[in-house]
Write a protein of this length. Structure first.
Ligand code: TXA
Ligand code: MG
Length: 346
């Protein structure tokens, strides 16, 4: 047994202090945590995930006051955003403090920091800070094997790691992740440059722009799809965010994206194949394919249920998953980003 399930926050905090791994719920997805000052524990997280060392991880803190221990400069813009969105699903990339291990930052001069809102994550970070030091940090990548779909329930985490035998993981149980997709990552590390979104999420450019007194189109995404597709040698392309690898968040069943009109034309081809169709809103083609379901045509509710849907359908074992592509509007950017990457693996 290498995953121990439990509800004991104190036990989880003591394990972190002792250099052990703790998976815990956050409002975005479950994280696989370790003490950010314990090099062996950090290495264990990379090992268990099968994560390459050139993918930096996020430091999680209990509150904004702890940031000064991890970032060497905290700009006014950063302070405003922490005040507006923390605790919550926004990760800030800032110049790193000398105490931050290069294995956390993949040797970069910046560090990603987040303060999660989920009550269990908050309790854990506070309990850990209480028994170590007030500025304690916990590194926590999503609690899945590298490249797989992130977990939104404790059962997902158990399914990911129960078969690995190298490390014991304490799985702190809690309510499932409400946001359902990973945090928005905002790069604030270049003091003279405009902030850049490295990974789209629940918190949108227009909300960030409002807090910073900027125009909505001044808060841009750092990588366009085109730029990622054009990168010639993906292994040489050291990503600032692993989300910049096109194929990520992928189920093992081939996934394809279609507009609704295309989907209707494809139904003939679906005959005789085990296809699961997932609509963005009701589809009314139940009798024409092996399996049909739909997610609400509202981006935040859709995001909450996306990863659970991908994992469940993946497990059933269809020949293919056909997803209706949501509208290409700003509100859908984060969901479209995850769907495009899941589809890009095939
Ligand atoms: O919602 C979340 O952020 C979840 C929960 C558990 O907090 N965590 C998460 O971690 O998604 P992970 O490791 O799966 O994704 C972290 C992302 C990676 O894409 C990584 O490249 C990026 O953060 N990242 C970490 N440090 C960075 C840095 N210094 N500069 C740019 N990107 C960084
Ligand atoms: Mg991840």
């Amino acid at each position: 047994m290498t995953v121990i399930r439990g509800h004991d926050v104190g036990e989880a905090a003591r394990r972190l202090k002792a250099g052990q791994l703790v998976a815990f719920p956050t409002e975005t997805v479950y994280g696989l945590g370790a003490n950010a000052l314990d090099e062996m524990a950090i290495q264990a997280v990379f090992e268990v995930k099968g994560r390459p060392s050139n993918h930096p991880v996020i430091v999680h803190v209990a509150d904004a006051r702890a940031v000064a221990a991890w970032a060497r400069a905290v700009s006014t813009a950063a302070k405003k955003l922490m005040h507006a969105f923390w605790p919550g699903p926004l990760t800030l990339v800032l110049p790193k403090h000398p105490q931050v291990s290069p294995s956390i930052t993949a040797g970069q001069d910046t560090v990603a920091i987040r303060c999660p809102a989920h009550p269990k994550a908050q309790q854990l970070l506070q309990a850990f800070a209480h028994i170590t030091n007030k500025n304690a940090g916990v590194i926590a990548p999503s609690a899945n094997r590298f490249g797989q779909v992130s977990p939104t329930t404790s059962d997902h985490v158990y399914a990911e790691f129960s078969k690995q035998k190298t490390h014991e993981i304490y799985l702190l149980e809690g309510a499932s992740a409400q946001v359902g997709i990973e945090s928005t990552i905002l790069d604030l590390s270049q003091p003279k440059a405009m902030p850049r979104i490295l990974r789209p999420g629940h918190i949108q450019p227009k909300e960030i722009a409002k807090v910073l007194g900027l125009k909505e189109d001044e808060v841009r995404f750092a990588f366009s799809e085109q730029r990622v597709a054009q990168a010639q040698d993906k292994t040489q392309f050291i990503p600032r965010v692993s989300a910049s690898l096109k194929a990520h968040y992928a189920p093992s069943t081939p996934l394809k994206l279609f507009r609704r009109a295309q989907l209707n034309k494809m139904l003939d081809q679906a005959k005789g194949q085990r296809i699961a169709v997932v609509g963005c809103g009701p589809l009314n083609i139940e009798n024409q394919v092996q399996h049909c379901e739909w997610l609400p045509a509202e981006p935040k509710t859709y995001a909450t249920r996306l990863y659970e849907t991908l994992r469940r359908l993946d497990e059933i074992g269809f020949d293919a998953l056909w997803f209706e592509q949501p509208a290409q509007t700003n509100a859908w950017t984060a969901v479209n980003d995850r769907l495009l990457r899941a589809a890009a693996a095939f």
